[in-house]
Design a protein around this ligand. Structure first.
Ligand SMILES: [Zn+2]
Length: 96
């Protein structure tokens, strides 16, 4: 039998996963679960970057032109990024 003291109300509980007095999580895995849920909620509450929304809109646009433009811009960005990382790689490997 493990006795756990509640961090919130200082009540001693037996093997319960949650405090019998205030309902706070006591078991480590339950505490981790709660922390995860809190973090997920915070992440969800964050406002999405405007560019992200714009890209998403373009991706699911009714107009083919907009979608095509999205893929063109996206491909260009990927190619530019690939070239940039290639140069970064060259610089990193060149002596001196
Ligand atoms: Zn408690």
């Amino acid at each position: 039998m493990i006795e756990r003291k509640c961090l919130k109300c200082s009540t001693w509980n037996n093997d319960e996963k949650f405090c019998k007095n205030c309902g706070a999580a006591l078991a480590p895995d339950e505490i981790i679960k709660q922390e995860d849920a809190k973090r997920a909620a915070l992440e969800a509450a964050k406002p999405r970057p405007k560019l992200d929304i714009l890209l998403d809109k373009a991706k699911h646009s009714r107009y083919f032109v907009v979608r095509a433009l999205f893929y063109v811009i996206y491909s260009v960005a990927v190619i530019v990024f690939a070239i940039a990382s290639f140069f970064a790689y060259m610089v990193a490997w060149s002596p001196g």
